[in-house]
Design a binder for this molecule. Structure first.
Ligand SMILES: Cc1cc2nc3c(=O)[nH]c(=O)nc-3n(C[C@H](O)[C@H](O)[C@H](O)COP(=O)(O)OP(=O)(O)OC[C@H]3O[C@@H](n4cnc5c(N)ncnc54)[C@H](O)[C@@H]3O)c2cc1C
Length: 177
């Protein structure tokens, strides 16, 4: 199956890896010039990767009803991301409050590791500087995307992993002071 992942942040990279491991041919379309740009500002540049707390504690700490996360946690947990990073050469440490950081204190190491894992999969193609402008549909079926450049790419499935606007606000904040 051909799969398009729109957005090459941590969610898009992990979705692409999972999809590729299930035998699909995947394309990541990222509007920036490299994958995982926002990771670089996380944890004040150190990236607080996850927490070592138990799943029940995670659920309890979600505002509102966190039970909707049970199904996601059935498939991928805090231990899975720790294993993925450590198995691919990133040493992690635990700080106060159960917070997990890279030993290097460099968010770039987390970003680079995820990109390296993506690149290890021959069935994942990365297209940077590729902003998706439109999701192409016929009736109720999605059949591809149209890029800002006008190029159309077809696929059996399209995964949207375009994140939120938090980094935009963060940048405006820094411009104001
Ligand atoms: C200041 C700050 C600090 C943070 N610290 C932490 C932390 O320490 N630990 C933690 O776990 N989380 C932290 N977060 C939250 C974390 O950054 C997000 O949860 C995470 O980046 C979400 O990943 P994502 O892949 O869903 O989205 P994003 O990282 O936003 O990735 C989405 C990607 O989609 C691309 N994209 C968007 N629209 C299009 C389009 N039309 N076409 C093509 N590409 C597109 C974007 O360029 C981007 O690369 C922090 C956030 C901020 C702002």
């Amino acid at each position: 199956m051909n799969v398009i992942v729109v957005g090459g942040g941590p969610s898009g990279m992990l979705a692409a890896i999972s999809s590729a491991q299930n035998g699909n041919k995947v394309i990541i379309l990222e509007k920036n010039s490299f994958l995982g740009k926002k990771i670089l500002v996380t944890g004040k540049g150190r990236c607080n990767v996850t927490s070592s707390i138990e799943m029940e504690e995670f659920i309890k700490n979600i505002p509102g009803n966190g039970k909707f996360l049970y199904s996601a946690f059935q498939n991928f947990t805090n231990k899975d991301i720790i294993n993925l990073l450590e198995n691919n050469g990133v040493k992690l440490k635990e700080e106060r409050g159960n917070r997990i950081f890279p030993v290097s204190d460099r968010a770039e190491d987390i970003r680079a590791c995820l990109e390296n894992v993506v690149r290890k999969h021959e069935n994942i193609e990365i297209k940077i500087n590729s902003r998706v402008e439109e999701i192409l549909t016929e009736g109720e079926e999605v059949y591809g995307v149209k890029l800002e450049s006008g190029e159309k790419i077809q696929a059996n499935k399209v995964i949207i992993a375009t994140g939120g606007n938090s980094y935009c606000r963060y940048r405006i904040y820094w411009r104001r002071i």
